[in-house]
Ligand binder design. Structure first.
Ligand code: AMP
Length: 426
């Protein structure tokens, strides 16, 4: 039997409905905040990520789905989308004016990860990016948007873990102090950290190895080494978050795995699942646009792991119901034709009704409708046709009523509202 590729899975049923609920909730929030969607291709030239995410990062080092295409060009299935969005903005000359750009994306990302629970090789991210504004206010706005989405889904046990990683100019002073600290206890650090301390010392701070984390006890804290402007920026952001009642915790070891962050770096953890897990991460990346060949442009953004958020959402709210529409069941050949004409009109009016075209006897249709979770079956037989009525059978209660044909649209609740919108409104 053919199977899906390891680490990649099919989405359907209740899990897909949870994905849709998350996506719709996010889209509504993006619309409220004036963010516009951008879609970039799955495939990019490898350069895009090597020059941005960083040659020394785990993603570029270990996790890229990279291969040569038939033209012998090195291409990559995008492991994240910020660099690709920046590539697109530069290519289409959408940056450089004083106008900001507020963008969002939703789509699959690809990383050749080691297999573990909740980690996939194709996973989904929802991201927001703000270009052209360097203020802490812009970060607070983006974080408010983020918390609106999470709270809109019913998540309450949220914690913002916050740090400032300074600027490329202010970092050398921290590196000097940190390397001295490292050297004093270097035997306690893993092999990867010995490589990291040379290439990118910040990475030592978020090493997953428990022994390294223990060896870091008492390490120099990067926020003590910030330049004045980054220090003021960080203080202002914290002031704004406090005023907006967004709970945060400073985490001096939070540096994020990508090379391009400057100043603010953060993650949001949820304990709604029991054990705390990172739902998303983000930060400021003022140097990235220039690094990829564009105009000097401040930028800030985040990416939510949609797979994880969909799981947490289901834990918090329960399974997202399918809510299939009423089922119209014609009984007999004459009724079949009339039912089609009738439902054609209803569909044109925007009514949601499923048409049963199987031509089965009632005693088979009803149990099948029940298994499919259908709430109401509309029966149209010769008798109903003659009288211009329909028999509505509510499967949960077994109750039955007759409606005039003209009344049906009004009787079916909120007919014009799409399913996902119904969930969001609840
Ligand atoms: P990152 O781009 O690594 O900062 O990841 C941002 C978020 O995406 C993480 O907090 C996770 O929720 C999610 N994520 C990253 N990698 C994976 C993966 N392999 N499978 C599922 N979710 C992931």
């Amino acid at each position: 039997m053919a199977q899906s590729v390891k680490g990649m899975r099919d989405l359907y049923g209740s899990e897909l409905r949870a994905f849709r609920l998350v996506e719709d909730t996010a889209r509504a929030a993006f619309a409220r905040h004036g963010y516009e969607e951008i879609r970039t291709p799955i495939l990019e030239y490898a350069e895009v990520f090597k020059r941005s995410v960083g040659e020394s990062s785990d993603i570029v080092n270990k996790a890229m789905y990279a291969f040569k295409d038939r033209g012998d060009r090195e291409v990559v299935m995008r492991p994240e989308n910020t660099a690709a969005v920046v590539r697109a903005l530069i290519e289409h000359k959408l940056l450089g004016s004083s106008d900001p750009r507020l963008l969002f994306y939703i789509g699959p990302m690809f990383r050749y990860e080691r297999m573990q629970a909740g980690r996939y090789r194709q996973f989904w991210q929802i991201g927001a990016e703000t270009f052209g504004i360097g203020s802490p206010e812009s970060e607070a706005e983006s974080l408010l948007l983020l918390f609106e989405i999470l709270k809109g889904l019913g998540l309450t046990q949220l914690k913002l873990s916050l740090n400032s990683v300074g600027t490329p100019e202010s970092r050398p002073a921290f590196y000097t102090a940190f390397r001295a600290f490292f050297q004093e206890r270097e035997a306690r650090f893993c092999e990867d950290c010995h490589r990291r301390i040379g290439e990118n010392p910040l990475r030592v701070l978020d090493c997953k190895n428990e022994k390294c984390q223990a060896a870091l006890e008492g390490h120099p804290v990067i926020t003590d080494y910030l330049d004045d402007s980054s220090r003021a920026h960080h203080a202002r952001l914290k002031e704004l978050l406090a005023a907006l009642a967004i709970p945060f915790e400073e985490n001096p070891r939070l540096v994020r795995g990508l090379d391009y962050y400057t100043r603010t770096a953060f993650e949001v953890l949820s304990s709604d699942l029991g054990a705390q897990s990172a739902l998303l991460g983000g930060g400021r990346y003022d140097g990235l646009v220039k690094q990829l060949g564009g105009p000097d442009t401040p930028a800030f953004g985040w990416a939510i792991g949609l797979d994880r958020l969909a799981t947490v959402t289901q834990q918090v709210r329960g399974e997202v119901p399918a809510n299939p529409p009423a089922l119209l069941v014609p009984l007999g050949a004459t009724a079949a034709m009339e039912a089609m004409k009738l439902v054609q009109q209803w569909w044109d009016q925007g009514l949601a009704v499923q048409l049963d075209t199987r031509g089965l006897a009632l005693k088979k249709v009803l149990p099948s409708a029940d298994r499919l979770g259908i709430g109401t079956v509309l029966l149209l037989g010769e008798g109903e046709l003659a009288e211009g009525i329909i028999t509505a059978k509510h499967l949960a209660t077994g109750e039955q009523e007759t409606w005039k044909l003209g009344e049906v649209p009004a009787k079916l609740a909120c007919p014009e509202m799409p399913l996902h919108a119904r969930h969001v409104r609840e």
